[in-house]
Design a protein around this ligand. Structure first.
Ligand SMILES: Nc1ncnc2c1ncn2[C@@H]1O[C@H](COP(=O)(O)OP(=O)(O)OP(=O)(O)O)[C@@H](O)[C@H]1O
Ligand SMILES: [Mg+2]
Length: 300
């Protein structure tokens, strides 16, 4: 089963490792395969539209390219959506929940912001038009490691908190989508460096019962190896005694050290029971659609 066989894909990993880049690349690839694809940012993040020369992130889906749309979910808007669904009238929501007394109470419910953001993804997965799903693929640029895990676990936590009732039922439905490995896949993004690899292995461990959903690990920003056989470098280096070669030797030393670090990262990630795909480091200063398309083809 390939990662894009799932309808919902959550992309997570340590801060700054390339989650947004990987989510956008996967979304471009899905769209190019003809899937009507929605790329969701979470926590009100607004990184995606500028990658496609669009000015603003929006809570409602906006088009980015053929078959490709994006939106950003905020906890606050998702709570409003959820409550309006229940009470049916937005004015009542504003009157009852946006006042001085109720506002802090609603915001203070533990895990509510995380739950409603996943709830929004759940609603998007359920959306139908003429009996067909509105979105073939929903790719979620999820929060970084620890928070990503808390978000994923929010429906289960809410079920424990509520025990029964309509809130419990809503949380159960959302939970069922995100624990179904046929529908939901998790993509872990990491870098070929010690700390990000530690964090990835730790996250995988902490995923517990959600581990089955891990569809792919992406080793991002991999540098090309300086040459095929790293073991040959010490002998070659010893022969390079001419002072004119000092700079070249130092540069190669650095490249070899990095290649060894990358190999250690590969070896350590080898314990994960999912495919590992390497993405090369792109040399362009700012990534745009062309680079994302290229990275997307690698992820295929
Ligand atoms: N393969 C790559 N080659 C070159 N640059 C990359 C690559 N992947 C990501 N980057 C760059 O690294 C930076 C961080 O990437 P990105 O924003 O995708 O990370 P993130 O995990 O989403 O970060 P955050 O935790 O802040 O949301 C960006 O400037 C991005 O363009
Ligand atoms: Mg990001």
């Amino acid at each position: 089963m390939s990662v894009l066989d799932r309808r919902v894909i959550l992309v997570t990993g340590k801060g700054g490792v390339g989650k947004t880049t990987v989510a956008a690349s996967l979304a471009i690839e899905a769209a190019s395969q003809g899937h009507r694809t929605l790329l969701c940012e979470t926590q009100g993040s607004t990184r995606v539209p500028p990658l496609f020369h669009k000015k603003e992130a929006t809570y409602d889906a906006q088009p980015l390219a053929p078959n490709l749309f994006t939106l950003t979910i905020t906890g606050e808007r998702a709570i409003e959506d959820y409550i309006v669904q229940q009470v049916k009238v937005r004015a009542i929501y504003k009157m009852v929940f946006k006042n001085r007394i109720m506002g802090p109470f609603v915001d203070g419910v533990p895990g509510l912001h995380d739950l409603v953001q996943l709830g929004k993804v759940f609603d998007l997965e359920r959306d139908r038009t003429f009996g067909r799903p509105v979105w073939d693929k929903i790719i979620v640029d999820a929060p970084a490691t620890g928070h990503g895990l808390t978000m994923l676990d929010a429906p289960r936590a809410m079920m424990e908190l509520t025990v029964a009732g309509p809130f419990h039922e809503a949380a159960r439905e959302v939970h069922e989508l995100f624990v179904d490995p046929k529908k939901t896949g998790i993509v872990l993004v990491t870098l070929p460096e010690e700390m990000p690899v530690n964090e990835t292995l730790d996250l995988h461990e902490r995923l517990g019962s959600y581990r089955e959903q891990v569809a792919l690990c992406v080793l991002n920003e991999v540098h090309p190896a300086p040459f095929g056989c790293l073991d040959a470098w010490p002998d070659a280096r010893a022969a390079m005694t001419d002072p004119a070669l000092t700079e070249s030797v130092q540069l190669t030393d650095k490249a070899v050290a990095r290649a060894q670090l990358q190999q250690t990262a590969r070896d350590r990630l080898g314990v994960l029971p999912c495919p590992i795909v390497e993405l090369p480091i792109e040399t362009t200063r700012r990534l745009g659609q062309t680079q994302l398309e290229r990275l997307g083809r690698r992820l295929r």
